[in-house]
Design a protein around this ligand. Structure first.
Ligand SMILES: [Zn+2]
Length: 101
């Protein structure tokens, strides 16, 4: 290999693969750790333990739905509307998180 960037140990450079998706970082700036803003953000989310995209279907069962109606986050006539359920659940989670912030 003639490319000096091809051997990071010998050249004592930063890792040459994205720390999130492992894509080669050849051609990026010398100390880049990630191939893209996306990977930097995703890696950070992983670090802080953020959980993405929980589906309403998986989490909102009967008792949860009743609780959402009870707390006033969900109108009883909206209980079969998946989008409204998600909104109600999200709103309830925010209030819950606020309480313990
Ligand atoms: Zn990447």
């Amino acid at each position: 290999m003639t490319d000096p960037l091809a051997d990071p140990e010998r050249n004592n450079l930063a890792p040459l693969a994205c720390q999130y998706c492992n894509t080669s970082l050849q051609g990026k700036r010398r100390y880049a750790k990630f191939c893209s803003v996306n990977c930097r953000v995703n890696s950070h989310r992983q670090d802080v333990g953020r959980v993405e995209a929980i589906t309403a279907q998986a989490l909102i069962d009967g008792p949860m739905r009743n609780a959402l109606i009870e707390t006033g986050d969900l109108n009883p006539q909206d209980e079969h509307d998946a989008e409204k359920l998600r909104e109600a659940f999200t709103s309830m989670c925010r209030q819950f998180a606020k309480k313990y912030a």
